[in-house]
Every structure is written in structure tokens, then in C-alpha cells.
Ligand binder design. Structure first.
Ligand code: AHG
Ligand code: MN
Ligand code: MN
Length: 354
């Protein structure tokens, strides 16, 4: 290679290695406004939280007290893992004294956590699922973290954070971290979906893919079929349909960040429907469904409850749950068509009776 060619190659790889999260936020905004700088700083702190969690996960089997259950039950009624607690605290720690985030609301906390020293200037709220897929933690399989950033509305004088009960379209940015063979971070601030890979030698998230687009349709359907008999007939009919048609393949890891990442990259649909006993399903709107819906829409896909766009749902409480059908446009529409068909048949049967 000539000196000129070598120098061009160096410059190119340096350029790539310098596209960190914080720089990327500013590049996308194309300005240095106070809002752009805030978001850049927030994303950089989320990156730090992800690095701390990734570090602990990478050798958890060797760290005393890192794995297993705490013995406690969280606000969701689920058994808490030690890693859930650790990751929850990591997010709080990285935002203390940052002057950025006034409130943090997480799946693991009954009420939002306020950082009073930030509140006079930090008008942002971070909503997050610190460890998604915690059943995978103790067996060294993929897990994730999910986050959403909102601007505080009003003054929250009663400390109830009721302004967070709003449509997912109000999110400023959202994303997830996937702790897999590599640790990656996928985010959107409303200008496309971008993927960063943690380079352990640099200790930095470096841009590895910009403007990800989910395929219009894909082969994967990702759902816990163990719940088959608890679903509504419409969902059972959809599953019967994919069983009887060529071109579908099932993938389900027990951590929706991993399952949805596969779909984002390769197309398909992830479902967590409601059951007859629990029509609202399992997944939490503010910490899971809404941030992932924001990303999927930005990538050209869709997210629906079956009858409504996820981003249009207004929750009645912080820990509200919704059914989730998310992924490639055509796959989501196919699932919805079964739900619609069943609703129409019920309507006809009801009219015939009256
Ligand atoms: P979390 O670990 O944050 O409670 O989330 C678990 C979620 C989700 O990641 C996954 O897709 C789903 O629960 C798995 O639930 P089932 O075991 O009922 O399939
Ligand atoms: Mn989760
Ligand atoms: Mn969780």
C-alpha cells in the first residue's frame, strides 16, 4: 500500500472509531443547541450504565452475590434477581449529580426515584427496564436493558409524575442494550435507528450501523407457545396459520430485547398477547413496549396491541401493561387480520342473537 493509501485508510478507521454515542447524537441533530447537548450527555451516561452492567455480567459467575434471587418481590409481583437490583442502581448512580435527569422510573421501583439536586435544571425523565429477560441471567444467556427519555411536562408538584402517563409519541429518544456475544446499543432520537458496538479495548460504544430498516416482511415468529391454550381464539388461529404455511420459523429466547433485535435485523414478528385471564398481557408499556415501538416505527416497522398502535396508548398508571405485536409491517398486519376477523365474527354472532 502506498503512503497516501495507508494514510487514507487510517483516517477512515479513525473516523469510524471516533463516532461515539455522544458525538453521534450531535451529528444527527446538526446543531449544538442546549437540548442537543443534553441528549448527547444523557446518551453518554446511558452508555456508561451499559458498560458497568456489561462488565458485571461478563464475569458474574466469579463475583460473589452477583447471581440468583434476592428473595424479594417487585411491584410487578415478580421475583427479583440480584442483577435486577444491581442494574437498577447503576442507572440511578450514573445520573446522580449529572444535572440532567430529575426523575427515574423503572420496572423495579414502585414509584419514580427523584434526584432533587438535578431537578432545578434537569428537566428529563429516564424510564427503564434495567435487566430485561432476567430469567436468562443465571444461565449465561442474552439479556438486555431498555430505556426511554422524556421531557418533563409541568412542575410535578405532588411528586406523582402523572405527566408520564402520556402517548409514546412524546418520547425524545429510546433504545436498548443487548448483552450478547458483543454488547451493543441501539437507539433512536427520532431520526432513524442506529447501532453501536462496545469496543472493549476502547471502553466506548462505536457506531457500527446507521439507519437500520426492518424488512417489510420476514420469516420469524417469536412467541411463547406454551401459553397457546390461554390465548384468545384469534391468536390460536394465527399460530395454526403459520404452522400450516411454508416460510415461517420460530425463535424465542425469553428476553424480548434479543428476540426483537433479531426481528429488527432480519424481519418477522414478536408477540406477547394477553391471555383470557390477563387480557393486558405481561409487558410493561412505559419500560418495554413503548420504547421498542418507538424504535420499530423509526426502522419502518410497526407495533400494535392488536387493535391500536402501541405509541397511541395512554397508560392509566406507571406500571400499565399492554399486549404487544411488533416487527415487520406485513407480519404485524397479518396477526391483526386474525384479531379483526374474530372480532367481526363475534359481532355477527351477537347481532344474530339480539
Ligand atoms: P423482565 O425480565 O424484564 O421481567 O422481562 C421478561 C419479559 C421479556 O423479556 C420476555 O420476552 C418475556 O418476559 C418472557 O416471558 P415468558 O417467560 O412468559 O415467555
Ligand atoms: Mn423486561
Ligand atoms: Mn426487567
Amino acid at each position: 500500500m502506498t503512503y497516501a493509501a495507508q494514510s487514507f485508510a487510517n483516517e477512515h478507521s479513525l473516523d469510524r472509531d471516533c463516532t461515539t454515542l455522544s458525538r453521534h447524537v450531535l451529528q444527527q441533530r446538526q446543531n449544538f443547541s442546549p437540548e442537543a447537548q443534553d441528549l448527547s450527555a444523557i446518551m453518554s451516561r446511558i452508555g456508561l450504565a451499559a458498560k458497568l452492567i456489561s462488565r458485571r455480567l461478563s464475569h458474574a459467575g466469579l463475583v460473589e452475590g452477583a447471581l440468583g434471587f434476592t428473595g424479594g418481590i417487585n411491584v410487578q409481583g415478580e421475583s427479583v434477581k440480584k442483577m435486577d437490583v444491581y442494574a437498577n442502581e447503576v442507572f440511578i448512580s450514573v445520573f446522580k449529580q449529572s444535572g440532567l435527569v430529575c426523575r427515574l422510573a423503572s420496572e423495579e421501583m414502585d414509584k419514580p426515584y427523584y434526584i432533587p439536586e438535578n431537578c432545578p435544571i434537569g428537566r428529563y425523565t429516564l424510564l427503564y427496564d434495567p435487566i430485561d429477560g432476567s430469567s436468562n441471567v443465571d444461565i449465561n444467556l442474552n439479556v438486555g436493558s431498555i430505556f426511554s427519555i422524556c421531557q418533563q411536562q409541568g412542575s410535578d408538584l405532588d411528586g406523582e409524575a402523572s405527566d408520564l402517563l402520556q402517548s409514546g409519541r412524546k418520547q425524545i429518544a429510546a433504545g436498548y442494550v443487548l448483552y450478547g456475544p458483543s454488547t451493543i446499543l441501539v437507539y433512536s432520537q427520532g431520526t432513524g435507528v442506529h447501532l453501536f458496538t462496545l469496543d472493549p479495548s476502547l471502553g466506548e460504544f462505536i457506531l457500527s450501523q446507521e439507519n437500520i430498516q426492518v424488512p417489510e416482511r420476514g420469516p420469524v415468529y417469536s412467541v411463547n407457545e406454551g401459553n397457546f391454550w390461554q390465548w384468545d381464539e384469534s391468536l390460536r388461529n394465527y399460530i395454526r396459520y403459520v404452522h400450516r404455511h411454508e416460510g415461517y420459523t420460530a425463535r424465542y429466547s425469553g428476553a424480548l430485547v434479543g428476540d426483537i433485535h433479531r426481528i429488527l435485523m432480519q424481519g418477522g414478528v414478536f408477540l406477547y398477547p394477553g391471555t383470557v385471564k390477563k387480557p393486558e398481557g405481561k409487558l410493561r408499556l412505559l419500560y418495554e413496549s413503548a420504547p421498542l415501538a418507538f424504535l420499530m416505527e423509526q426502522a419502518g416497522g410497526r407495533a400494535s396491541t392488536g387493535t391500536q398502535e402501541i405509541l397511541d396508548v395512554i397508560p392509566d398508571k406507571l406500571h400499565a401493561r399492554t399486549p404487544l405485536i411488533i416487527g415487520s409491517k406485513e407480519n404485524v398486519a397479518l396477526v391483526e387480520s386474525f384479531i379483526q376477523e374474530e372480532a367481526e365474527e363475534r359481532e355477527v354472532a351477537l347481532t344474530a342473537k339480539t
